[in-house]
Design a binder for this molecule. Structure first.
Ligand code: SAH
Length: 457
């Protein structure tokens, strides 16, 4: 059946889309409904209709889902940060498990999938160690900071985010008070005028060290009486680094390239497991270090290293997984496309006195085939942790040629994971284990790690 704009439909919400919207079907017609929760029965008004699917506005919840809960944050509905706060955490985990399993079945063609029980989080709130608050003005012209509403750049004013480290709240309030007291303007995207664009905070959860970085459409010199702010921020226990980052470009990118330390160190330090990292304002670092440790321990368990192995870690970022593996392997090679990330990776290897890791800058799909052609060496284990788009076909083919005993695939997108596993498991490998590790409660993101074992042929 076809539907038209303004039609009213009754739907049972059975799934959740990438932005957290509820998905239901009316006579084979799929409707995406923002703010509807899995398990709800709702009426929705079609606001946009295509041939087989459309978008609906939630009009009434006829029967609330048994999994509906009161969001902790009063801005949960408007704010683009969280998508699932109205869904009970148990059900968030069921949703994430089913998502991975469903994709492996439908896209990967797998049956009898060896799913381990999902590993949920202990701390469902205040788990993020990095926040980037945009600063601007509300409709009345008041200075505000908060987060963007979904898909827009209008700021939902909220300095007390439910998933950020608690200390971000006083930090952001102090910055806003300083701006008001010293007539420091917020950046205005439309006119490319004004000064402070974002307030970035980073907290080392293990060390307690804190960094505050102001992203400014100008330089530190233009921030009048910055010392007054520094004095206020220093009162916060753990304050280690206060930095001004210059970004004078007309861009959606948050950070510019130039940083000036106005007080303290240029970086903070933190640990994942026993490995220490130096983190600057521009460094990539996992935002939920506690669950990252769980995820990487799983990857390490699957790699099953005894000490003599040669391991490749592809898409290695700043080498987080590489250094984890290097604790147990003979030699690890990491590959990453971004040079600055490899600079961090090398520095972190030195910081941890690890000399059995080597890093390559470049595309995995170019570096790995070239190295294999040059050396002909077969590694024992290959670990991949690609971005959402998954692995390049040329890389998958080289991995099959290299034929390591085990492949450990860490994935942030179950759809491309399933697509790639179908290729890897066509002949040479079997799907041994699948673990889903929740990293981001209240968001729709799903992280999983998979073990493939080479068949004895
Ligand atoms: N394993 C890392 C992060 C993985 S995120 C960690 O634990 O921190 C995926 C990484 O792949 C990003 O750092 C991205 O820059 C990198 N990347 C993207 N395309 C790539 C390619 N074609 N070859 C190598 N690295 C790539």
């Amino acid at each position: 059946m076809e539907f038209r704009k303004n039609d009213l439909v009754t739907l049972e919400i059975e799934d959740c889309g990438i932005d957290g919207e509820g998905i239901g079907k009316a006579d084979g017609f799929t409707v995406f409904v923002k703010d509807a929760v899995i398990g709800d029965t709702v009426t929705a008004k079609i606001i946009k209709a295509k041939k087989n699917y459309g978008y609906g506005r939630l009009m009434e919840v006829l029967k609330p889902s048994p999994y509906r809960v009161e969001p902790k944050c009063e801005f949960a509905r408007q704010c683009g940060g969280c998508q699932l706060q109205a869904l009970s955490y148990d059900q968030q985990l069921v949703f994430k498990t089913n998502k991975v399993k469903g994709h492996l079945e439908r896209i990967g063609g797998f049956t009898d999938i060896p799913m381990e029980p999902i590993i949920g989080m202990d701390e469902l709130f205040h788990y993020r160690n990095k926040a980037q608050f945009p600063v601007g003005y509300d409709k009345e012209g008041n200075l505000v900071a908060g987060f963007y509403a979904g898909r827009t750049h209008s700021i939902v004013a909220n300095t007390n985010c439910a998933i950020q480290a608690k200390v971000t709240h006083p930090i952001v309030e102090k910055v806003l008070a300083y701006m008001r007291g010293n007539k420091i303007s917020a950046y205005d995207e439309k006119n490319h005028s004004g000064l402070i664009r974002h307030i970035l905070t980073r907290v080392g959860f293990t060390t307690g060290e804190i960094m505050v970085c102001l992203i400014v459409n100008g330089t530190a010199k233009q921030l009048k009486n910055i010392n007054k702010l520094v004095d206020k921020l220093k009162e916060i226990e753990g304050m280690t680094s206060i930095i001004v980052n210059t970004n004078t470009d007309k861009t959606n990118k948050i950070l510019g390239l130039h940083c000036e330390t106005v007080w303290g160190q240029d970086y903070i330090e933190d640990y994942i497991g026993d490995i220490k990292y130096q983190i600057g304002p521009l460094s990539f670092y996992q935002v939920n270090p506690q669950q990252t440790k769980v995820l990487y321990s799983k990857a390490l368990e699957y790699a099953d290293l005894k000490g003599q192995e040669l391991v490749w870690d592809l898409y290695c970022g700043i080498g987080t997984i590489s250094l984890f593996l290097a604790q147990k392997a003979k030699q690890v090679y990491g590959v990453e496309i971004i040079k600055e990330a490899i600079d961090d990776a090398r520095r972190n290897a030195t910081l941890n006195h690890m000399d059995n890791v080597e890093f390559f800058v470049g595309k995995a799909e170019e570096i790995v085939p070239a190295q294999y052609e040059k050396t002909g060496i077969h590694p024992d284990v290959i670990v991949v942790d690609p971005p959402r788009k998954g692995c390049d076909a040329a890389l998958l083919n080289t991995m099959l040629d290299m034929a390591p005993e085990r492949i450990v695939y860490v994935s942030c997108d179950p759809a491309t994971l399933a697509r790639d596993l179908k290729i890897l498991c066509a002949e040479k490998y079997t799907l041994e284990k699948v673990a889903v590790v929740d990293q981001f409660s209240h968001s729709v993101h799903v992280e999983s790690v998979v073990l493939l074992q080479r068949k004895n042929m």
